[in-house]
Design a protein. Structure first.
Length: 128
């Protein structure tokens, strides 16, 4: 299966366990790997035959900026569901990072990663 990868979608959002995270907000970063058939667009050279990733980036930004989840996992699920709802994506891997988690003496980032498939779709690795 072909794919499109988008990395480094940074935006400010309000997801977090602590109440102040949902009020003050913080920076997040999203990376996507999407499986879809790119044969038609490769032949036609027309945007309408593929995924317009400008719209996908806008969708992710909107969800991160407007959502008020407690957990990163819930936001990642919302992102995956929204992407799968738009054809032609058959599978999406979402890596969602909180860049500055409010944890004492911790300067790293927290990342969740999920892989979701459209109902009824099997990856080629699953067949056989």
């Amino acid at each position: 299966m072909d794919g499109i990868e988008i990395t480094g979608i940074r935006c400010y959002g309000y997801t977090g366990l602590l109440p102040e995270e949902r009020v003050l907000g913080q920076w997040f970063e999203v990376d996507l790997k999407m499986s879809l058939d790119l044969a038609a667009s490769g032949q036609s050279d027309k945007i309408e035959d593929t995924l317009d990733y400008r719209g996908t980036i806008g969708l992710v930004r909107h969800l991160v900026q407007k959502s008020r989840f407690s957990l990163l996992e819930a936001l990642a699920e919302a992102i995956a569901a929204a992407i799968l709802a738009s054809d032609p994506v058959a599978e999406v891997q979402v890596r969602l990072s909180k860049l500055a988690a409010p944890i004492p003496d911790f300067s790293g980032k927290i990342t969740v990663e999920i892989l979701r498939r459209r109902d009824g779709w099997q990856a080629q690795d699953d067949v056989g």
